[in-house]
Design a protein around this ligand. Structure first.
Ligand SMILES: [Mn+2]
Length: 241
């Protein structure tokens, strides 16, 4: 049996009914890496969170809206983007439950921000609130797979070991960034303007996140696919315990 990787979903309301959905490049990347992707419902009930985590070997936190600033002790500022508090509450609970059960977690874009907030870190609600930022992180709407800026992969990190690269050109479609990194994590990648583009826990369980979108690059870029392989391999190890 392939390791079972939970993949978080988005809400969409069409005016009549609410949907749960996700772009298929996430689930395809998990399949290509040898995992079994399982799209998760946005379950508001805490007992469902525990049961869901109990069925998984690993967790992929996907991109999406901004995390409500109340989850890191702030009021909403002017430049904060769209928020889905139900999804936030679910994903923060899910992340904490997964890590408590020592499941490996990979966070992507919003997923990195969710992981950071779930573990006690904070965010800048918009790049404009971080004075040193060059505004080249929000990307191009028509071509979300475009490589927008380079990142330096820091030496001595898991991320460097996984990617096998000192530098990579990456996508960038985010307008929020990590402010204070959660305790227990270390920086793993940085943009030229110092924006944190990757973070990881030094210790097990595997908890690693990137601010870019490896799922958009993985079909044509083996190094980016290896991020999903690392998650699936860690999940396989967890499943054997
Ligand atoms: Mn960026």
């Amino acid at each position: 049996m392939r390791p079972r990787i939970g993949v978080t979903a988005w809400h969409h309301h069409d005016g009549q009914e609410q949907w749960e959905f996700i772009r298929d490049n996430y689930t395809r990347a998990i399949s290509a890496a040898g995992g079994l992707p399982l799209i998760l419902p946005i379950a508001a009930e805490p007992d469902l969170v525990a049961d869901l985590v109990g069925t998984l070997d690993g967790l992929l936190l996907t991109g999406g809206e901004d995390v409500h600033p109340s989850f890191y002790g702030e009021a909403v500022q002017e430049k904060c983007g769209p928020i889905d508090e139900t999804r936030d509450r679910f994903e923060i609970g899910l992340t904490r439950a997964a890590l408590a059960r020592e499941l490996p977690v990979l966070g992507i874009c919003r997923g990195m921000q969710v992981l950071n907030v779930a573990c006690g870190g904070t965010l800048y609600q918009d790049l404009a609130y971080r004075s040193e930022t060059e505004r080249h992180h929000t990307g191009v709407k028509e071509d979300r797979a475009r490589r927008i800026h380079p990142v330096r992969i820091l030496p001595g990190t898991r991320l460097r070991e996984i990617l096998g690269l000192e530098e990579a050109a990456v996508t960038s479609t985010h307008h929020q960034v990590i402010r204070r990194m959660a305790p227990g994590f270390r920086p793993a990648a940085q943009a030229p303007d110092g924006v944190l583009e990757g973070m990881e826990r030094a210790e097990d369980p595997f908890a690693l996140a990137v601010q870019w979108h490896p799922e958009r690059l993985a079909p044509a870029d083996a190094a980016q696919l290896s991020l999903f392989r690392a998650l699936v391999e860690a999940a396989a190890k967890r499943a054997r315990r």
